[in-house]
Design a binder for this molecule. Structure first.
Ligand code: SF4
Ligand code: SF4
Length: 206
C-alpha cells in the first residue's frame, strides 16, 4: 500500500531537525517505533544548548537512573520492555517527551530506512546539509572534549561538574562564533511530500 508521507526540514544550525508525519502512526505498530531501540547520547554541543536554554532539563537528565557517564558524554539508557526496549523519554501516548530542540542529534536527524528520504532527488541539498552538519558537530564535540581534557575536566568527576560545564560553554561559544557557510545552503524551513510503500510491524525497516 502506497502512502503519502509529509516531511518538514528545519534549519536551526546546530539544532536543526526533521519532522515526519508518519511517526504519529508508525508502521511498526508497537507504540514506540525507532524509540524502542535507541538510548539518547548527549554530547558537548547538546550540553551547551541545555546550559543556555534549559538548565533544569540538564539537571533532570543528570538525575535519571541508568546513565552511562563517560568523560564528555552521557547516555540515558533505555529500559527493557517486551522483546525490545523503551527510551526513558518516550511516552506510550504522546511519543517523545522532549521538545525537538532539546533532543540530541540522532534523535533530531534520524528517519528510518523504510522512508529513505535521501533517495529523493529534490532533497539532495538537505542530504548534503545534514551530512556536513554531522561532521561539523562531531568535530566541535571532539575539539571541546580535547580542551576540557587539557584542563583535567571530566563528567566522571561529580564534584567538579560546575567548572566542567562553565568551561564547556565558554569553549563552545568560542568555537561557534563564526558560522559555517553551509548553514545558509538550505532554507530555514521546507515541507515536502512523497509516496512510499508501507510494510508493517517487524517488516518495516528501522
Ligand atoms: S520507525 Fe520511522 S515512522 Fe516509525 S517512529 Fe521511527 S522514524 Fe517514525
Ligand atoms: S529522546 Fe525522544 S526521540 Fe530520542 S529516542 Fe528517546 S523518545 Fe525517541
Amino acid at each position: 500500500m502506497d502512502k503519502e508521507i509529509a516531511m518538514i526540514f528545519h534549519n536551526h544550525g546546530l539544532r536543526s531537525y526533521i519532522e515526519v508525519d508518519l511517526c504519529r502512526e508508525c508502521p511498526r505498530e508497537d507504540d514506540k517505533g525507532c524509540c524502542g531501540h535507541y538510548s539518547p547520547v548527549f554530547y558537548p554541543c547538546d550540553f551547551a544548548y541545555l546550559l543556555e536554554n534549559q538548565p533544569d532539563l540538564l539537571r533532570y537528565i543528570l538525575s535519571q537512573p541508568g546513565l552511562t557517564v563517560l568523560d564528555y558524554s552521557i547516555t540515558v539508557n533505555n529500559t527493557p520492555e517486551g522483546d525490545s526496549y523503551r527510551c526513558q523519554f518516550h511516552s506510550k501516548t504522546g511519543g517523545c517527551r522532549l521538545e525537538q530542540l532539546q533532543r540530541e542529534s540522532i534523535c533530531r536527524h534520524f528517519v528510518c530506512p523504510g522512508i529513505h528520504w535521501e533517495t529523493e532527488e529534490n532533497l539532495k541539498p538537505w542530504k548534503d546539509f545534514f551530512a556536513k552538519l554531522t561532521d561539523y558537530e562531531n568535530n566541535l564535540n571532539l575539539i571541546i572534549a580535547q580542551k576540557l581534557a587539557q584542563n583535567s575536566l571530566t563528567l566522571r568527576d561529580k564534584d567538579n561538574r560546575q567548572p566542567f560545564f562553565q568551561q564547556l560553554l565558554k569553549l563552545f561559544k568560542e568555537a561557534t562564533e563564526i558560522k559555517p557557510d553551509f548553514f545558509a545552503a538550505v532554507p530555514i524551513y521546507e515541507e515536502v511530500k512523497f509516496k512510499r510503500a508501507l510494510r508493517f510491524k517487524a517488516d518495516w525497516p528501522l
